[in-house]
Ligand binder design. Structure first.
Ligand code: ZN
Length: 114
């Protein structure tokens, strides 16, 4: 990976983090307990509960991505970014470009899946 590619990825990670932080704030609100006193009809209350659980799942994903991206930035600083944590090979730029927080290369990811 070239210095230019690394810079590009860093920039992308930073902007993705700020987008995710906005979603995080929104989802934090959207996953607050639904007050029983809220005057909702039975069906709309059910809907609100359904929506809340969808948002909770989203919130978990957002938090996981934020953590992964934060770690990626740390690895950029200590120079270990872009190496597979399993086999030590370089992770191709194409994969990092699609998923900048990738920790393992494609062959290792496939082995893991089996
Ligand atoms: Zn690997």
């Amino acid at each position: 990976m070239t210095v230019k590619e690394l810079k590009l990825l860093r920039k992308r990670i930073i902007s993705t983090i700020s987008e995710l932080q906005e979603s995080d704030i929104y989802l934090e609100e959207a996953t607050q307990p639904i007050a029983p006193s809220v005057a909702l009809g039975r069906l709309t209350r059910m809907e609100a509960i359904g929506e809340k659980s969808v948002n909770e799942a989203r919130h978990i994903k957002v938090k996981q991505r934020l953590e992964g991206l934060g770690n990626a930035l740390q690895r950029m600083d200590d120079g270990s970014y872009g190496s597979c944590i399993r086999c030590g090979n370089q992770i191709p730029f194409g994969r990092l470009s699609a998923v900048p927080e990738s920790l393992i290369c494609v062959p290792c990811a496939e082995k893991k899946r089996r």
